[in-house]
Design a protein around this ligand. Structure first.
Ligand code: 13P
Ligand code: SF4
Length: 370
């Protein structure tokens, strides 16, 4: 099986840095059939459930659903993994998703087809620099996006995903709290605009969504006036301004169900098109433009780290059971609190906390000194 390495430039506090993603070639049709049959057996043998993100290969998404697992956005992946009775969670996505699963279910074995599947937002927000940023602004409530390491989550008062960021920050703003936000600057900008919150943001970005181009999208809209535009909020403000709907991957899937609309232009990773077309076979989905002035080799609208997940490495990890996702237990104890806050906040019908939501500072001090 041949593998190619993709060089990826991403933003970090020092400027541009480089990371790598290794993507393997597709198995032949015959090998694919063998692998899919074996994987069903291996999942059952290990009492394992497969939880996949919408951006991973269609074969993994279909296998997850066929075997009683889930395909969803990062919020529902976290909730499902925590609630599911399987003793092993297999997370097809990127590292922060596997880590979130482990933090919420430390008693379970958590495996990933590819543990080195990174995320530019996570890489661009190192724990020590982020802790220094928080130390410089102790009066702010720390809200971090789930696309971060366990060390960053351990410093947060709240963890949010794109599915609940606006609701959580609005809630905090209504209580008069000022926000320190990390790491995605576009999502932070969008949340501040939607809620009116005083929000100080880290300056990270997603290498995939940062590439959508507003001028070309505006041209496309003019050519297709009946199409509606669905945009993930990691995209730049100029692209969000052209959207008919802004939301998480799951939100995009739901918005595409509008019976009055037949054609959608979609600005998110093109892995999403599998589930969109499967769910709405009579509708037309068009990729929002990424090429244009300033386009680079990153402009394929597909996350190179999500692309690292495949049937072969899933089989290898289920066969060997290693490496497991492991996190320092002290970090787990601290990082779990803000994630559980998010899950409680977003639970259907959950009572909303009233009054000022306390900072988690005391637990943090203990963690840092311990
Ligand atoms: P969602 O939470 O919307 O699935 O997004 C996760 C992600 O990594 C988007 O790039
Ligand atoms: Fe991270 Fe962007 Fe990939 Fe999502 S698409 S995992 S935000 S790099």
């Amino acid at each position: 099986m041949s593998t190619c390495s993709i060089k990826v430039d991403y933003e970090n506090p020092q400027g541009l840095a480089t990371a790598w993603a290794r993507v393997s070639e597709e198995p032949s049709q015959e090998r694919r059939r063998v692998l899919l049959a074996e994987l069903e057996g291996l999942l059952a043998q290990r009492n394992a459930v497969l939880v996949a993100h919408y951006y991973v290969h269609p074969d993994l998404q279909d296998l997850a659903e066929k075997t009683g697992g889930l395909v969803s956005d990062s919020l529902e992946m976290a909730r499902f993994g925590k609630q599911h009775p399987a003793t092993t969670l297999v997370v097809a996505g990127v590292r922060f998703m596997g880590e979130t699963a482990k933090i919420l279910s430390p008693e379970k074995t958590v495996l990933m087809p590819e543990y080195e599947a990174e995320c530019s937002l996570d890489l661009g927000c190192p724990g020590d620099a982020f802790h220094a940023f928080c130390d410089a602004h102790p009066d702010r409530t720390v809200v971090v996006y789930s696309n971060t390491s366990a060390a960053v989550k351990a410093r947060a008062d709240w963890v949010v995903t794109s599915g609940c960021a606006v609701a959580v920050v609005r809630h905090l703003h209504e209580q008069g709290q000022k926000i320190l936000w990390a790491p995605d600057r576009h999502l932070g900008d969008y949340v501040a605009q939607e809620t009116g919150a005083d929000l100080l943001s880290w300056q990270g970005s997603c290498i995939v969504h940062d590439e959508f181009k507003a001028a070309e999208l505006a041209d496309l809209k003019t050519k297709m006036p009946r199409a509606r535009v669905l945009v993930h909020p990691e995209s730049p403000r100029s692209v969000l301004a052209l959207a008919d709907y802004v939301g998480s991957t799951r939100g995009i899937l739901e918005a595409a169900g509008d019976p009055a609309v037949e054609t959608f232009i979609v600005a998110t990773d093109n892995g999403m098109f599998h589930k969109l077309r499967q769910t709405y076979p009579d509708k037309v989905f068009i990729e929002a433009p990424t090429a244009g002035s300033g386009a680079t080799c990153k402009s394929c609208a597909h996350c190179p780290w999500m692309a690292m997940n495949g049937l072969e490495n899933l089989r290898a990890i289920l066969d060997s059971g290693t490496p497991e996702v492991t996190i320092d237990p002290a970090l787990i104890d601290r990082a779990r609190l803000p994630i559980e806050r998010m899950l409680a906040f977003t639970q259907a019908g959950a009572p909303r906390a009233t009054g000022r939501v306390p900072h988690l500072g005391a637990a943090l001090t203990k963690f840092r000194e311990g």
